[in-house]
Design a binder for this molecule. Structure first.
Ligand code: GH3
Ligand code: MG
Ligand code: MG
Length: 449
């Protein structure tokens, strides 16, 4: 009985079984493990009898370095045995349990040579170890992620802003200096409301209010303050992010890029487009509307006249003896003469609804919506006078100056016309005007069918 009196052995067994650490007890003379407390069995699954000798136990250390450590620490006593109590220093070991799993253990020992026994304690620190490894790995991953995010943010050519709605922890990426000229610190020191141009604040606040209301992505343009005090046009694409607890939008992340180049290009394109449409609708020589515009206007007005309450009139104007003018004065003078005639016709036509166009060669047209026959006659005479009033010398003509002849027609209300009917009738009237001696006006109505 190594415990001494029976009563003491029972008490000690109860006491050791109540301990929250695993305890094994061995006798020194025969090197046998004679006792394992309840916790020991709970940790490892082993019971007394699973090992013949203390030294067998070491076979359950799966790692060589742990075996070496345990042998060295315990061996210190055996290499220089003393009669004093010998404490085996704490060590961390991995031990294979009866069911094959490996546990990490904090292991102490005490040898009492006088009494002839050795006691070993085992604290299972597997969970703590696992947590430590997990935490270390999590911390490593967090550091790695942080490095990745930082690289992304630092090298993004677009300026990235993080802006919580409570205005705490605002962030701006280094590209802020490219867009605004401000450094990150300078930019963050500016009140958010002082960054957009005063005229853009209202629109921006509306966008931010929308982001605050629901998780969304919005794009908006504004003029952003630059360090030199000027403003540059930028486009922000902002997405709200949610508070993980409340699941409500807590702020927004925005990428902001300078779009002054883009706007410049858009403006240039728009003005080019305007110029092109204008060029496509203008007669190159005289600058007044061309045949294309006239055709469109005629188609539109002819289809409307059947529903309209007023007539549609058309005047066809042809310069008299213009071939002779070219022959005597030259083509260059002919061109300027056509320009002058075009301007005279334009000046004679008062109403903005009336369209004056070059029909082709030395022929012009006036399309006059809501103009009845009487009105067309008045208009024609005004044009005759205006052209004659130019007093452009035309030695080969009977009157000695450039004149025009005009054929006019008017469609009655409620008649459905095809586009060419008016032109053909005006052309007939023009022919009559020529036949009547030129510098005159002839009118042929379109009879209601
Ligand atoms: P009429 O009084 O019968 O109309 O005689 P006209 O000589 O005016 O008639 P015609 O149709 O025979 O001649 C038209 C001339 O207009 C022929 C052409 O050389 C000239 N012409 C047409 N377009 C232009 C132009 O753009 N510039 C110049 N300089 N002349 C043009
Ligand atoms: Mg002609
Ligand atoms: Mg002519």
């Amino acid at each position: 009985m190594f415990f001494g009196p029976t009563q003491d052995e029972r008490s000690l067994t109860i006491a050791l079984n109540a301990m929250p650490v695993g305890i094994s007890w061995a006798t020194l003379d025969d090197q046998k493990i004679v006792f394992m407390n309840r916790k020991f069995t709970e940790i490892f699954g082993y019971v007394v009898g699973d090992f013949a000798l203390i030294t067998d136990w070491i076979a359950f250390y799966p790692y060589e370095e742990d075996r070496a450590l345990a042998s060295a620490r315990w061996g210190e006593f055996f290499t220089a045995p003393s009669s004093d109590e010998f404490l085996v220093q704490a060590m961390e070991l991995r031990i294979r349990c009866k069911n094959g799993t490996i546990k990490t253990i904090l292991h102490h020992g005490v040898i009492l040579p006088d009494a002839g026994w050795a006691l070993a304690t085992f604290i299972d620190i597997s969970d703590r170890k696992r947590d430590e490894v997990f935490l270390r790995e999590a911390a490593r991953q967090a550091r790695e992620n942080q490095a990745i995010y930082k690289t992304l943010l630092d090298h993004s050519p677009e300026m990235i802003i993080l802006s919580p709605f409570d205005r705490s922890r605002r962030y701006v990426s280094p590209a802020v200096v490219n867009v605004t000229g401000f450094t990150q610190a300078e930019y963050l020191a500016i009140r958010p409301d002082d960054i957009p141009h005063p005229d853009d604040i209202a629109a921006m606040q509306v966008a931010i209010a929308d982001l605050r209301l629901s998780a969304a992505t919005l794009a908006f343009r504004y003029r952003a303050l630059r360090k030199d005090g000027s403003y540059t046009w930028v486009e922000a694409v902002a997405t709200s992010y949610l508070d993980p607890q409340t699941q409500r939008p807590a702020g927004f992340v925005a990428t902001v890029r300078d779009i002054s180049d883009v706007l410049e290009r858009e403006r240039a394109l728009a003005s080019e487009r305007r110029m092109l449409t204008e060029a496509a609708s203008r007669d190159e020589l005289t600058g007044i509307a061309n045949r294309r515009v006239f055709n469109q206007a005629l188609a539109r007005e002819a289809s409307r006249v059947s529903r309209a309450s007023r007539e549609l009139s058309l005047l066809l104007i042809d310069v008299d003896h213009f071939k002779l003018y070219n022959d005597t004065s030259g083509h260059v003078a002919g061109d300027s003469c056509l320009c002058a005639v075009a301007q005279a016709i334009l000046g004679a036509v008062g109403r903005t609804n009336d369209l004056v166009a070059r029909f082709g060669g030395e022929e012009f047209v006036v399309l006059a919506p809501s103009t009845e026959a009487e009105g067309a006659v008045v208009l024609a005479h005004r044009i005759l006078h205006a052209v004659a009033g130019l007093n452009i010398p035309h030695p080969a003509a009977r009157r000695g100056i450039v004149t025009v002849s005009i054929g006019g027609t008017t469609s009655p209300v409620g008649v459905r016309l095809d586009d060419t009917a008016l032109i053909e009738q005006a052309d007939r009237a023009l022919y009559l005007a020529k036949a009547n001696g030129r510098n005159t006006f002839c009118f042929l109505p379109i009879e209601a069918l």
